[in-house]
Structure formats: C-alpha cells, structure tokens
Write a protein that binds this ligand. Structure first.
Ligand SMILES: Cc1cc2nc3c(=O)[nH]c(=O)nc-3n(C[C@H](O)[C@H](O)[C@H](O)COP(=O)(O)OP(=O)(O)OC[C@H]3O[C@@H](n4cnc5c(N)ncnc54)[C@H](O)[C@@H]3O)c2cc1C
Length: 322
C-alpha cells in the first residue's frame, strides 16, 4: 500500500503496522508522542483511502471522526491513502537507539518527586532535541516514558519522576532503586521540541511536565536567545515547586500558579491555563508549548484557540499512562 502526504512525500505501508511506524521506518518524522492513542499529537486528516484501526483512537472526538481525522499511531492503511502530515526535518539524524544506563544519582526533590541522573557508557553518542523523551526499561522489562530535563550539551540524562499511587515503576523508583542499578533506555522519542516561529513564546506546565520545558529553556539559555518567554507552572501545593528558573540571559517572565487556595501563597491561584488567559487578552502572536496532564493540555488548547492562537502554534506533550 502506498502512503502519500499533501506535502508530497510517499512511502510503503502495510496492514500490520501503524502509519506512524511506517513513516519512521522510511525515515520521515511525523508529529507523535505517546503512541498509544491517548495524547492525540499524531492526529491527521485522512484525505483519500481507507484505514484499519490497530488500537483504539481514544483521543478522537465524535467531531474528529466525522471530519475524517485519524491518529497515525493507531491506524494502518487498508488501501493507498493520502494524509496531511508534515515531515519534521529538524529530527533528521536523530536516531532512536537502545542503551544500557546506570543510575548515577537519585535526589529526592519532594515527598512525591525525585530527580534521577543516569549515566551512559563513556563512548556512547546519545543525541536528542531538547523537549524529547526516552523510554526507560526497568526491572522485569517494565517500560515507561520520561522526558529529558537537561540540555543535550550536558552529557548525563536527568529525569524528574513523580510518584504515581500503586504505579509499578513508581514502586521501584521510590522504594528499591539505588546507585549503580543497571537499566536500559530507548530514545530519544517524540516531537515536542522548540521551533522558532514567533517572537513570544508561552510555556505551560503542570507537575513534572516542567521537565522538557526546563530542557528547552536550558538550551535557549545556552544560545542566549533574544526571543521573549513567559513560563506558567502549575502545582497543587507550594512545596511542589521543586525547581526555580534562573536564566540571567533570557527575557523570561515566570509565573508559578497554585491550583487551590493556600495561606502562604502570594502568586496566582487557579488553573494554569486560566492564568495565561488572565495575562494575555489575545494569543494571535504567540506560540505555546504545553506539557503535563492531559486535562490541562486539552483544556488549554480549546481556550487558547478561542483566544486567537493558531492551532499549528500549539505544541504539547501529555504525560498519559504508558
Ligand atoms: C511522552 C511521555 C512522557 C512522560 N514523561 C514523564 C516525566 O518526565 N515524568 C513523570 O513523572 N512521568 C512522565 N510520564 C508518565 C510516565 O511514563 C508513567 O506513566 C508514570 O510514571 C507512571 O508509571 P508507573 O509505572 O509508576 O505507574 P503504572 O503502573 O503505569 O500505573 C499505575 C496506575 O496509575 C495510573 N497512571 C499511570 N500514569 C499516570 C499519570 N501520568 N497520571 C495519572 N495516573 C497515572 C494508571 O492508569 C494506573 O492506574 C510520561 C508519559 C509520557 C507518555
């Protein structure tokens, strides 16, 4: 079966493998993140032909289905097809590989969050774009995705990991993991990376969703970027703000947002996406990078598009379960 795009690329596909995997195998990079139908990042228009649903397209709304939208991570071609999907050239040369990695450091940031530092074998050439994530393969082969929290120039791998109640890998990270444990990582993955398209950039995060945004900001700081940035970070408790942005050479305005009232809190209160709306009457001239809970990402997109944001300038990465 032939898969063609409006952007004039074409490659072979088959009924057993997703369109996204066909594209990646053929060396093309379409937007994607979770690869299990939940986050919706790989949503595209099916313009001609038919597809088979290999796994449930959870992120599609009723209107999406009526409008012939599909998730490229969930569908395989049944006939030759034409879709609308950009090839992200920035990812050319970034290879997904599997590496052994040892735990170098585990630092408790709060009762619920650790920073994990992994080290790779000395000769390893691990290259990534800031904002991407890796799959960590832990004990018993359990695999979970975590966003890189450092820039690529820093040769270690730093992750911010939140404890999830009854979570399989959470149990390992918070009760069993120790220095020098051997794990495997597969990556880098995902298409949440910085594209310089507008002069003002709004970053939006909840919880450990700050990880890829810190990674992007670290990189922008190394480049002494002259763009202007607003960062909104939402958490439940004042103690959850386990990291403080400190970029002397960036024009960055940071707004921490607490989701509920607290006596020792002088900054904004409420949902992080509403805090953005309070500050920006109109979002026509900005681009947005949002990372964290799926609820926040979906709600922010809807709100921001209503306030004039062009959908193509909304980039997101949802920390859905693996
Ligand atoms: C692209 C991507 C990047 C991610 N990056 C990070 C990161 O940088 N830091 C980080 O802490 N997590 C991140 N996650 C989430 C992470 O991959 C795991 O889902 C999470 O750590 C839970 O794993 P677990 O094995 O402890 O729990 P599991 O055994 O997978 O789940 C236990 C229970 O918790 C629920 N659950 C699982 N994950 C979540 C969640 N995220 N929120 C609410 N409920 C959940 C499950 O449905 C299940 O009922 C990312 C996810 C994706 C898809």
């Amino acid at each position: 079966m032939l898969i063609k795009t409006l952007q004039k690329i074409q490659f072979e596909g088959n009924e057993e493998q997703s369109i996204l995997d066909d594209a990646l195998k053929a060396g093309f990079f379409f937007e994607y993140s979770c690869k299990n139908g939940q986050c919706g990042v790989c949503k595209t228009n099916l313009l001609e032909g038919e597809v088979i649903e290999l796994q449930a397209q959870i992120a599609l709304s009723h209107a999406d289905r009526i409008n012939q939208k599909i998730l490229s991570c969930c569908c395989a071609p049944k006939t030759d097809i034409l879709i609308d999907a950009d090839d992200l050239k920035e990812l050319e040369g970034i290879e997904v590989k599997t590496f052994p990695a040892r735990i170098n450091k585990i630092e408790k940031k709060t009762e619920q969050i650790i920073e994990l530092e992994l080290r790779l074998p000395p000769a390893t050439n691990f290259n990534f774009l800031e904002g991407q994530f890796v799959d960590v393969i832990g004990p018993a082969g359990i695999r979970r995705s975590y966003s890189l929290a450092n820039s690529a120039s820093n040769k270690s791998i730093n992750l911010f990991i939140k404890k999830v109640k009854d979570g399989q890998l959470s149990q390992y990270w918070f009760n069993e993991a120790s220095k020098n444990d051997l794990l495997r990582i597969e990556g880098p993955k995902g298409t949440f990376f910085f594209r310089e398209k507008k002069d003002h950039v709004v970053f939006l995060a909840t919880g450990t969703g700050i990880a890829p945004i810190k990674s992007i900001l670290d990189k922008l700081s190394e480049l002494s970027s002259e763009l202007s940035f607003s960062l909104y970070w939402g958490n439940r408790n004042p103690d959850d703000f386990f990291w403080q942005p400190d970029y002397k050479n960036l024009n960055l305005k940071y707004t921490p947002v607490l989701s509920r009232n607290h006596e020792n809190w002088a900054d904004k209160i409420g949902y992080v996406q509403n805090a953005v709306i309070e500050d920006f009457g109109n979002l026509e001239s900005v681009q947005v990078y949002a990372c964290g809970s799926l609820e926040m990402i979906e709600s922010a997109k809807e709100l921001f598009v209503k306030k004039g944001l062009e959908e193509k300038y909304y980039h997101s990465d949802a920390f859905v379960s693996s």
